[in-house]
Write a protein that binds this ligand. Structure first.
Ligand SMILES: Nc1ncnc2c1ncn2[C@@H]1O[C@H](COP(=O)(O)OP(=O)(O)OP(=O)(O)O)[C@@H](O)[C@H]1O
Ligand SMILES: [Mg+2]
Length: 238
């Protein structure tokens, strides 16, 4: 199958500082790829460079074979790429329902918005139970669900998730992973940045390891977990 998203030789960073030094990655529909690596290895910067929130010094980005390199984040989002940042990914003062509606701001059909909202409640029942609560009153895990739910309201082809399980209790991590797999199974191409490297590589279809801004390894989770030289890099941490 043709990749939904293809990032080719991405060189990205901030201002004049190069952080990501030539990283390529492909994401297919129905595929979950885990992006792992030590703190500061450039995982978030890679995502931001691809999406258009960091400086893209070199490289190309394709969506369904179309070159979208020069487009900004809003245009990319309108074309079907959704990015959920590591922090500050909800509107704290808005209600759960309103947060979700914001995610479908390009959709004018009220019934369609209601349909999508219900789909998000089906995926994350706790959000339906708390739909009139302000996002600030949610637990950490619930807030991550809301952030993902809001991204899904745009019906993306590609979902870029930056550490949705950061600071969550182990049980919550497993639950969120199960929901992310359900999103993948619905046909979305998902790129998941994870600190819980072992767990993420255990559920992902493929993994990519970044070390110091470069791709150190790519393969199935099993292949990466079996790589002796990478064990010391990060896999023993959690
Ligand atoms: N806004 C920024 N401006 C300048 N440098 C930045 C900025 N954000 C990150 N960096 C630098 O880029 C490098 C890579 O950071 P990045 O956040 O991409 O790593 P990461 O792999 O996502 O780490 P973590 O696992 O801690 O989230 C670090 O050296 C960091 O200091
Ligand atoms: Mg990060």
């Amino acid at each position: 199958m043709e990749p939904a998203l293809r990032a080719l030789d991405i060189v990205g960073g901030y201002g004049k500082a190069v952080v990501v030094q030539g990283v390529s990655m492909e994401l297919r529909p129905n595929e979950l790829v885990a992006l792992v690596g030590p703190n500061g290895s450039g995982k978030s910067t890679f995502l931001k460079s691809v999406y258009g929130l960091a400086t893209l010094f070199d490289g190309r980005v394709f969506l369904d074979g179309t070159d979208i390199t020069s487009l900004g984040p809003e245009e990319k989002s309108a074309l079907g790429i959704q990015y959920v940042p590591q922090v500050d990914n909800t509107f704290p003062d808005l209600r759960v329902r309103e947060n979700l509606e914001m995610g479908a701001y390009l959709e004018r059909d009220v019934r369609e918005i209601r349909r999508r909202t219900q789909e998000v409640y089906d995926l994350f029942p706790v959000l339906g139970e708390r739909k009139e609560q302000r996002a600030v009153t949610l637990s950490g895990g619930e807030r991550q669900m809301l952030a993902i739910g809001r991204a899904l309201m745009a019906r993306p082809r590609v979902l870029l998730l930056d550490e949705p399980t950061a600071a969550l209790a182990p049980k919550m991590v497993e639950e969120l992973f199960r929901r992310i797999l359900a999103v993948r199974d619905s046909g979305v191409a998902v790129l998941l940045i994870e600190q819980h490297a072992k767990k993420a590589l255990g559920i992902a279809d493929r993994g990519v390891v970044l070390v110091a801004g470069r791709k150190a390894m790519e393969g199935t989770g099993r292949e990466i977990l079996a790589n002796e030289s990478l064990k010391g890099v990060f896999l023993g941490r959690r």
